[in-house]
Design a protein around this ligand. Structure first.
Ligand code: UDP
Ligand code: MG
Length: 312
């Protein structure tokens, strides 16, 4: 029988894990035409997530887990899960049941019968989200799709089921700064989009604040586009053109009407404006430089402390 690996990154999910486990095993029992493996990643949780996982693994041999030495973030968790997964098909899923396991049969059908390499989900509504966040999210998707060749779908979740070949393609991208939404789009392959209505998390609370999301989106842009780097050149050309026009105006004015000294306020405006533009461009350079710096260190994306086989 084909094997499906379910990869679940967990950070402080002691409240949702039992509910998740109950639901996923129910769905797995329904899908009796496939074998299952559940790979949980404990992303340095401070609550009882790890003991819960130990308990689940002791009771059910399909359960495996990887526990990090500290919190490395969801990206690291997903990478560790994809690396640990052995199945012919691999699904990524959140532990809070916001990615309904009940969709699995449909996703599985898309990759096994309909000729897709991947079946991914996107939510159709952003209900229950603050309007400012929805607005920023939409802007982000517009911008990043314009300036990068990773095609990122608005509302796409990380919840997806992939064939082994696509998983291997994703694992072949060895970058340190991982932005999965971009990586999934960048590797290509045939993806079927399955829309579903947004579900609230069952227990616990979200780990994403507005600023965390904002920083994450900037990282996505730096990781998948070099267009911001060209901003300095474009602005430079524009400023040169403006300066040229200004020179002509000043020359003509001085020759025709003499030279009444003045214009301190306008000079301050120009100086401050150019100073701002320069700092902005240096800042953008800094962003790329810092990412390059981190890439060149070649640090591991995560460190493992314990697995279902015991403490390392
Ligand atoms: N998560 C993780 N490491 C983190 C933050 C989150 O592994 O540092 C996991 C979390 O346990 C959950 C999934 O990533 O399974 C999505 O997190 P969350 O529900 O907080 O995000 P949201 O659904 O609000 O986008
Ligand atoms: Mg969630």
């Amino acid at each position: 029988m084909p094997e499906i690996s379910i990869v679940v990154p967990c950070y402080n999910e002691e409240a949702s894990l039992p509910l998740f486990y109950r639901e996923i095993t129910r769905v797995a029992a329904e899908m009796d035409y496939a074998d299952f493996e559940f790979v949980f990643i404990d992303d340095g949780s401070e609550d009882n997530t790890l003991p819960t996982l130990r308990r689940l693994a002791a009771a059910d041999r399909r359960v495996r887990f990887v526990s990090f030495s500290r919190n490395f973030g969801k990206e690291a968790g997903m990478l560790a899960g994809l690396e640990a997964a052995t199945g012919d098909y691999v699904a990524l899923m959140d532990a809070d049941l916001q990615d309904p396991p009940a969709l699995l049969p449909e996703l599985y059908k898309a990759v096994t019968e309909e000729g897709y390499d991947c079946a991914a989900t996107r939510r159709t509504t952003r209900e229950g989200e603050p309007p400012i966040r929805s607005f920023c999210a939409r802007m982000f998707y517009k911008i990043i799709n314009k300036i990068s060749d990773a095609d990122i779908v608005d509302g796409a979740r990380d919840y997806r089921l992939m064939r082994r070949s696509m998983v291997d393609a994703i694992l072949s991208l060895r970058e340190y700064n991982r932005f999965s939404k971009g990586i999934f789009g960048w590797v290509g392959f045939k993806t079927k989009w399955v829309p579903y209505v947004n579900v609230e998390r069952v227990a616990g609370e979200t780990k994403w604040s507005f600023w965390k999301l904002f920083r994450y989106s900037l990282e996505g842009i730096v990781a998948f586009s070099t267009v911001p780097l060209a901003l300095a050149s474009v602005l430079g050309v524009l400023v040169c053109l403006a300066a040229f026009v200004f020179v002509v105006v000043v020359l003509v004015k001085t020759l025709a009407f003499g030279d009444p000294v003045g214009g301190w306020p306008s000079m301050m405006c120009v100086i401050l404006f150019l100073g701002g533009v320069q700092l902005l461009c240096i800042g953008i350079l800094g962003q790329y430089l810092s990412k390059t710096y981190l890439e060149t260190k070649r640090r591991p994306v995560y460190l493992v402390r314990e697995t279902e086989e015991g403490v390392k």
